[in-house]
Write a protein that binds this ligand. Sequence first.
Ligand SMILES: Nc1nc2c(ncn2[C@@H]2O[C@H](COP(=O)(O)OP(=O)(O)OP(=O)(O)O)[C@@H](O)[C@H]2O)c(=O)[nH]1
Ligand SMILES: [Zn+2]
Length: 351
Amino acid sequence: MSFQTFSLHQLGWRPGFAQHLTLEDFEAGYPARVVGVHRNGLSVLSSRGVATVVLSHNLESAVTVGDWVLLEMDAARVLRMIERHSLIARIAAGTGQGTQTIAANLDTLFVVTSCNDDFSLSRLERYLSVAFESGVEPVIVLTKSDLCADVDGYIDAARTIAADVAIVAIDATSTVSVGQLARWLEHGQTVAFVGSSGVGKSTLANTLAGDDTQTTGGIREDDARGRHTTTSREMFALPSGAWVIDTPGMRELRVGAVETGMNTVFDDIAAFAARCRFGDCSHEGNAGCAVEQAIAEGQLDARRLVNYRKLLRESTHASNTLKERHDRNRQFGKLSRDVQRAQREKKGRDY
Ligand SMILES: Nc1nc2c(ncn2[C@@H]2O[C@H](COP(=O)(O)OP(=O)(O)OP(=O)(O)O)[C@@H](O)[C@H]2O)c(=O)[nH]1
Ligand SMILES: [Zn+2]
């Protein structure tokens, strides 16, 4: 059991969260931040320290790392979730319910790639779409700058697809160099890293953590039944006071439904498309297509349109999958209600 306590400010509380809470809520409970989700419940941090709390069935699939919950004053129980300001989610694998929540209340998503063969504009566009869709500010981090002779070339290339996104080149192994990320790592800020394997996400997190042992994960605590359990902490603090969310879902982030995010990333294509002759132009050999004309005139990179189409296909597929599941669940719900009603009516007749 840890007796370290945390202020709301330290935990990343935003004044906006309180707008969704009533006076009754504050009398019944107090806010806590979810730092781990496991079978017995949640690991949370609050003004009362570290705790493991149980979660009712109806919240089980919804609550995720980074979430804020309202805990009951005198019981280790979640009363309700507190509305998030951002959420990274993806389509759940298998046939379960719709989306799987991965990380909540992130302020910044560090999109990590290296100044070498890993660098791919299409992959950056993919991650940026996820960030914008989720309401999280992306920052492009180019690692291994120390091993590269033309760092500016990589920065310039990244800028061609992300004019308004911060781009920082670093040596992830150097404390001085990673200091360039300080403004996104202030007290109470919450961040996560995405990028391919080997680009330096762990190295960067370790360098930022310094000798701090909190990155190593395991914390011992009492679970709801008073037993000692070791749970992996999926959200940990850096010495700067910022929080890092590092979960398996975050590491293998895939594209869900990101059409809204794509509108920001591909705003140039949207602007050209507005000038196509036909409103339903597919930008594939249609007469009067302004997008294809832009490519022919060298104003738009052909690669970018290809990636746009690919992401849009994936996104549409994800939306359709969600809709089908939703419809199936609704039909099933209607079916069970019909059966129940028929049973009630039959019972009525039997009496
Ligand atoms: N010289 C140098 N080496 C780096 C840098 N960033 C990462 N490395 C090295 O690259 C290798 C891979 O780094 P990791 O931190 O394990 O990469 P990762 O993104 O966490 O990879 P996964 O855990 O597979 O997702 C390690 O040997 C690091 O030391 C850098 O900026 N400069
Ligand atoms: Zn067109």
